[in-house]
Design a protein around this ligand. Structure first.
Ligand code: NAD
Length: 410
């Protein structure tokens, strides 16, 4: 193969695609470019072991530094792509250089959604190592923290900050935190976990301003409520990085639109990871997943497409989070209106909550039961219309049920 594959983005999607191409036997050139100045690392560590200081960057690298050269992958970090010319098949870099490609994979991920507050040294976002280091330098014992947004970053930062001895107030717009990810009854339990660890939670916050004064940062809600702390972390979601693709005429709609082979609207240009909006074979419609595991699965799938072993992309997502010593895992697509079947005990944080929609299993949330999450993914894939009675019967082990399906597929 004499083709040159250029990959934009060194997160798990981009660097995973480079590795997967070699694993699939691709013998052409691979150029992996990213604007981040660190070699590929595990981004989920940013809000957890890196921020807490329990791990150094060297401990969370995806691969040892020699790996990329050994694999014949030309890794170029600290390099930003400013435009793409899909006619001449070149990407232009911020320093004026350009690189020719035969195949282009766009894996630039996303960026933090920002408040229209003035930037100040007390206001933080968390997306990359530089953000993490800046936040870490201020997150010291005894300091007070406002967390704007009780989603995954907000909840994980709250947990890490409490461990570091900071006081924490979370300001969430919705009636419960984590509402994008969990059904409300389960989100309430996680909120209770935060409360018992001393996190002060404010919900239904319609933030009007976030201002920095000499004494700290003050958040004001439209209903007149007001909170002040030494610093603030704003974690109100992320936006897919589509500007360069859109300017190149590649179809964009809530991310870069791709088909089930991860092909964009332009030939030989692919998109994967957080930035890709992919048809969902299970639920119908399009789905833009923002999780590690989705990015990893896209990476393998796009490599297969490029080497001519394409299969339609199909994967039930899962994700995990660590908060206050609990391992929370999510499979599939839990929704606010799902019927929830609880196995185990909510109060002792040892449970799996299964989400049913229109008679089908669509997702699950577990605390401390990762094996159940693996099993639920198999059930969603192979037997979504499994009976509620079977699922509700805690004598029936989910792993055994799933194993039966794998042994004798329906
Ligand atoms: P998120 O979408 O998970 O949560 C954003 C939260 O902010 C939501 O609860 C939302 O209701 C709230 N919100 C939005 N606007 C607000 C406002 N003006 N005031 C107050 N609250 C507001 O996004 P995130 O936590 O910023 O995370 C960004 C990305 O990183 C997501 O894609 C997430 O999946 C990913 N991430 C994943 C993990 C994990 O899988 N464990 C951990 C960290 C981050």
């Amino acid at each position: 193969d004499t083709r040159t594959v250029v990959i934009v983005g060194t997160g798990i999607a981009g660097s995973g695609a480079a590795q997967a191409l070699r694993k699939e036997g691709f013998g052409g050139s691979i150029i992996l470019i990213g604007s981040e100045t660190e070699e590929p690392y595990r981004r989920p560590a940013l809000s957890k072991e890196l921020l807490s200081g329990k791990a150094s960057i060297d401990r969370v690298r995806l691969r040892p530094p020699t790996f990329w050269t050994e694999q014949g992958i030309d890794l170029r970090i600290g390099v930003t792509v400013t435009s793409i010319d899909t006619d001449s098949r070149t990407v232009c870099l911020v320093d004026g250089d350009s690189i020719d490609y035969d195949v282009l994979i766009l894996a630039a991920g996303g960026r933090s959604r920002r408040l229209t507050a003035e930037d100040s040294e007390r206001v933080h976002y968390l997306r990359d190592i530089a953000d993490m280091r800046r936040l870490q330098s201020q997150l010291i014992e005894g300091s007070s923290l406002l967390v704007v947004g009780g989603g995954l970053i907000g909840s994980e930062v709250a947990s890490t900050a409490r461990d570091l001895g900071c006081s924490v107030q979370v300001l969430e717009a919705q009636p419960v935190p984590l509402s994008r990810l969990l059904p409300p009854s389960i989100a309430e339990k996680i909120a209770a976990l935060h409360a018992s660890a001393g996190v002060a939670l404010q919900t239904g916050v319609d933030l009007e301003t976030l201002t920095t004064g000499v004494d700290g940062v003050t958040a004001r809600a439209r209903d007149g409520r007001e909170w002040t702390a030494d610093l603030a972390v704003v974690a109100i979601g992320s936006l897919p990085d589509t500007d360069v693709a859109a300017a190149a005429g590649i179809a964009v709609d809530n991310g870069i639109s791709v088909d089930r082979y991860l092909r964009t609207s332009v030939i030989d240009v692919y998109a994967i990871g957080d930035v890709a909006n992919v048809p969902n074979g299970f639920l119908g419609g399009m789905h833009r997943g923002e999780h590690w595991n989705t990015a990893q699965d896209h990476a393998v799938a796009v490599a297969k497409t490029i080497v001519g072993k394409e299969e339609p992309f199909e994967s039930v997502p899962w994700s995990w989070s660590n908060q206050f010593g609990r391992n929370i895992q999510v499979a599939g697509w839990p929704g606010a209106d799902d019927t929830v079947i609880v196995r185990g005990d909510l109060d002792s944080y040892d449970f799996t909550a299964i989400c049913m929609r229109d008679g089908n299993i669509v997702g699950a949330v577990s605390v401390g039961r990762p094996k159940d999450i693996r099993a639920v993914r198999t059930l969603i894939e192979r037997s979504p219309d499994i009976s509620v009675d079977v699922l509700a019967d805690s004598n029936r082990d989910l792993t055994e049920l799933a194993a039966g399906l794998v042994a004798s597929p329906v």
